[in-house]
Every structure is written in structure tokens, then in C-alpha cells.
Ligand binder design. Sequence first.
Ligand code: NAP
Ligand code: MG
Length: 502
Amino acid sequence: MAVTKLPEEVTLQPETTAFLSSGPKKLLIGGEWVSAASGETFETVNPATGEVLMEAAAAGEADVDAAAHAAREAFISGPWSQMNGYQRADLLWRLAELIDQHADELAELETLDNGKPLKISRRVDIPQAAKHLKYYAGWANKIEGSTIPVSFPNNLVYTVREPVGVVGAIIPWNFPLLMATWKLAPALAAGNTVILKPAEQTPLTALRLGELIAEAGFPPGVINILTGFGVPAGSAITAHMGIDKVAFTGSTAVGRRIMEAAATSNLKRVSLELGGKSPNIIFADADMAGAVRGANWAIFSNAGQECVAGSRLFIERPVFDEVLDGLVAQSERVRVGNGFTNANMGPIISEKQLSNILGYLETDSDNIEIVTGGERLTGELAEGYFLPPTIVTHDNDSLTIVNEEVFGPVVTVTAFDEWEEIVERANLTNYGLAAGIWTRDIGKAHRLAHAIKAGTVWINQYGMIDAPAPFGGFKQSGHGREMGKDALDLYTETKTVWVSLG
Ligand code: NAP
Ligand code: MG
């Protein structure tokens, strides 16, 4: 283990240092911490410095099988199977409180592993994760069926909502702890048991969460945590006959593979939160200062590594230069660097992801103009994977960089003139996750919000997400809606009971 090279003035919480010294980390299966059956481990690195943080067990098929059995047993016969909604709510709330109590340490682990600024981990990721658990704690004792009027006389027909069973949750690296709670909270509120596989790049907060889960008092096997790679750990979850549902967030390519694996195994239920190529549309009558700030935030927050990133910026022609100049000026004030400094933008998650991003700029280099950014940062930041805010202009919607998810701090900017044109161009994508609209004309804003095929539309703001508000994608951005009451549909089966009244 090596604690990352930090800026001089920073000292980690003693708990963070203790955690980092406690590796190599094991898998949580049936309430026990165990090594991978193969004995294999992998390293997780700090993307700000390239240094190894710690080793974690690399789960394989045998570990997935063991976790599936533990989760099944907990679901069918363990104490969890006897608990009512009030008891599940208590456990979820207790876990949320533990996250709040350990927020400083969890934030440090998140920033070390993912690179994002500590301020953001501390103010956004960790408290939002706790809030998410509290929100679904509130649902745990309110999951109701209904009585159904039918055409036959003397019949009582009612529905009950039952948990699906064993849920596999496969999550990405961009909001590691938060994504874990997006899956865990509704699944547990509804009474399921879970196998969680964090992304290989960011296992740390999931592992610390595993320790807090035991402290909160969840019975063994209710939550199992398998660190490791997409193949074989993730793929074994999707193919396992004893796992009833997979909830996934990540790339569209892997989402497709998950549906295939479900189709050729036990037709497990699948919910998918995939990528996006979200249009952010600024009309000439918008509050310019707000729109410019919003466009900057929409793409450069989390170094653009967000499924909802406002990566396609459309500006109405009369204000094109004004907005572009404003955005460039704003982007030049973004502080890129190690998350333990006063940076407000951290590194790209990995060398591979950074070279993917640069590849997009290269592929379309003849047809775009790079207005600012576009080159890896060197000097003091050379060991990390840093790219500055990058703004490119174009007038061709068929370019690869305009169609594929870049997943980095790169925005493509173009002008538009007409209403019909912007409706068509905004929807000219295989994705449909989100969109932003900036105008003072509230009627126009709502008309466009209805015309855009996207799961979330923000008007005069960008990127707001909260536990009660449903979230998910149209088209190839996904299947199903997480968050809010809608997420309970993903984690329950409806049973209809017909009773003859004689
Ligand atoms: P990814 O490959 O889709 O990874 C997401 C999760 O799926 C990880 O836990 C990954 O494991 C796992 N996985 C990979 N292959 C699998 C398989 N065959 N079966 C089951 N699980 C599998 O995403 P990525 O490679 O980290 O990022 C690539 C692109 O995905 C990004 O450039 C971006 O476009 C998109 N992305 C989208 C989101 C989002 O929020 N919608 C988040 C992250 C990335 P490993 O950790 O071992 O890969
Ligand atoms: Mg890492």
C-alpha cells in the first residue's frame, strides 16, 4: 500500500489512513470477508497521480456463485426474509447515519480513488448517498398493492408487491458511492437482497460501505460486495441462473451485452442507465450570464464524466459569439488539478479513458475547430490523467464527436436558427437521457421540453437530480426509471390475487 502523494498541507483522516493500510481488501459474501476463490487481486490507482492506492480481491465466477447462494438464503430463510417494512426502514436509516458520521473519511476515499475534488465528494457525493438511503427508508413501509374492480360478480381481486429476489447491481466509477446507493436503497426498501459490483477503477468506498453495512446491523447475505472486473465478475452476475434481476449503470455497449446475457440465461429482469449525448440549447432571449454559467457547469462538472453531461451545445445564432466567448472565459477560470487542492475539476478516471477522449478530437480534427483545451496537461500534473476544459465548434451534426458519448470535458458547440431545426437536431441522436433549455419565454421552454425525447429536461438550469425525481433514459439511454417512486417498480413483482366470494 502507498498513500498517495498529496499536496504538502493535506493530512488524511486517521480512519482513511487506517483503511488504506488494511489491504489487500476482501470480498463481502454472506457476511464474511473472504479472498477471491482464485486468490487474485487487482490494484486501484489514484488518477490524479497514477499511484497505487491499495489492492482488492478480483472476484470470479465461483465468487459470484457463492454470493448468489448467500443472497438467496438471506432472501428466503434468513432474518431479512421475516423483516417488515419498518425494520428495513430502520436499517436503511441507520446506514445513512453511518455514512453521514463517516462522511469526511468516505469523501477522502472517493477523491483518492476517483480523483474528483474533495469539496465535491464532501458536499455532493457522500451526503447525497446518505439522503438517497433516507428517502427509500421512507418508502420501505409504504409499498402497497391495490384492489381492482373486475367484470365478474362475486370476485375480490387485489394486488401485492413482492420483492423480485436476488438483485445484481453493476455500477460505474463516476459517482462510486452514490451509484451504489441508487441501486441498494430501492432494492433493499422493497425487501430484495443484493450483490454489488463496483467498477474496477473505484472499489474503495463500496468496500468501506461494506464495513458500515455490517455495523448498521444488516443480516449476513443481504448485501454482498464483489470487487473485480467487468469480465469475469460482472458478466458472471448477468449470466447467473440464480440472480433474478440486474440493475446496471454504464456504457451502452455493456448494457447491450447485459440484455443478451439475460436473454440467454434465466430472462432476468434488467434495468439500464446508459450513456447520453444531451443537447443544451441556449436561445437569444435567455438570461445570458445564467446560461453561460449553466453551460459551463453542464459539461465541465465531474470533468464531463457524467451520463447527463450537456455535451452538445446549441446556441441561437444572434448570440452565438457572445455565449461562446463567455463560455471560453468561464472555462478558463476552471481550476484543474489534484482533488486535495482548491481545484474544482479533477482528472480523467484513467489513462485509457483520457486517450479515448483525445481520440475523438483526433478523428474529427479536420471538421472541428478547437477553441480552447484539447491537450493533456503536463508539468506538475503529468503523472495524472488531466485534460483541461475543451470547447470545439462545428457545423456538421454527423461527426463522430457529435454523436458518440465522449465522457470527458469536451463540448461541441454549434449555431441554430429555426424552431423546427432545433427540435430536429436536438433529437438527432440515439440517446435520450437529458436536455437543457435556456430562454425567458416560458411557453417556448415547455413546448421544447415536450418535443425533446429525453428522460429529464432542465429549464434555465442544468444537472439537478434528487432522490424523489424519476431519472432514466429514452431510446438507447436505458430501460426503466431509477429514483422516486418509479424505482420501486424495478425492484418489485406485482402479484394479482383472485378470491371467489362464493
Ligand atoms: P462500462 O464498461 O460500461 O462499466 C460499467 C460497469 O460494468 C463496471 O462495473 C464494469 O466493470 C462493468 N462491466 C464491464 N463489462 C461488463 C460485462 N461484459 N458484463 C457485466 N458487467 C460489465 O463503462 P467504462 O468502461 O467504465 O466506461 C466506458 C464508457 O461508458 C464511458 O466512456 C462512458 O461513455 C460510459 N459510462 C457511462 C456512465 C453512466 O453514468 N451512464 C458511467 C460510466 C461510464 P469494470 O469496472 O471492470 O469495467
Ligand atoms: Mg481508482
